[in-house]
Design a protein around this ligand. Sequence first.
Ligand code: COA
Length: 156
Amino acid sequence: MSFQSTEVIKEGSLKKNLVVDEYKFTNFVNLSDDEIEMIRKWRNSDNVRKWMYNDHIIYEEEHKKIINSLKGSEDKIYWLVKKGDLAIGVLYFINISWKHKRAYFGIYANPGKKIPGAGKTLNSIAIKIAFDILNLHSLKLEVIENNKVAINLYKK
Ligand SMILES: CC(C)(COP(=O)(O)OP(=O)(O)OC[C@H]1O[C@@H](n2cnc3c(N)ncnc32)[C@H](O)[C@@H]1OP(=O)(O)O)[C@@H](O)C(=O)NCCC(=O)NCCS
């Protein structure tokens, strides 16, 4: 089941997939086994892991536990973003306060395939989802201080 980009996501409908323009967002709770493993490999790759607060290697059991825990969670959403069959990256919102209409977001691009502009795409979609679909009033982010690529991107 998918939302179209004009529908507002409410707390109770967080687990659905989403379609925004030509991009398809698969909620992590709806991933196939192959997608779960693909995401784990992305998250463990050196260039993603080193920019995350949790930077240890994530083994299968821990990864599945994290994904399972999302089923009961109302303050975070993780999506795999695809354009057709092309896996672009991951976009997530965490620390969502529905009461105060604010959240933090994060992104990582598919580390196995350099897609020019992937970061820019994920970033602009994050803004669109935050304000048009999640109906938030403010969106925040944190970035490790020497992550120059992300800082350059976010400044834009
Ligand atoms: C951050 C990230 C999503 C950027 O994605 P990307 O696909 O490389 O970025 P894009 O190709 O869309 O480039 C967007 C901007 O990023 C900056 N950028 C990209 N590559 C760069 C590089 N090698 N050096 C410096 N800045 C760079 C530029 O400002 C660029 O804009 P420009 O093309 O107009 O110059 C990606 O590098 C990534 O997944 N990094 C690991 C995870 C991460 O750090 N996530 C953010 C955590 S807060």
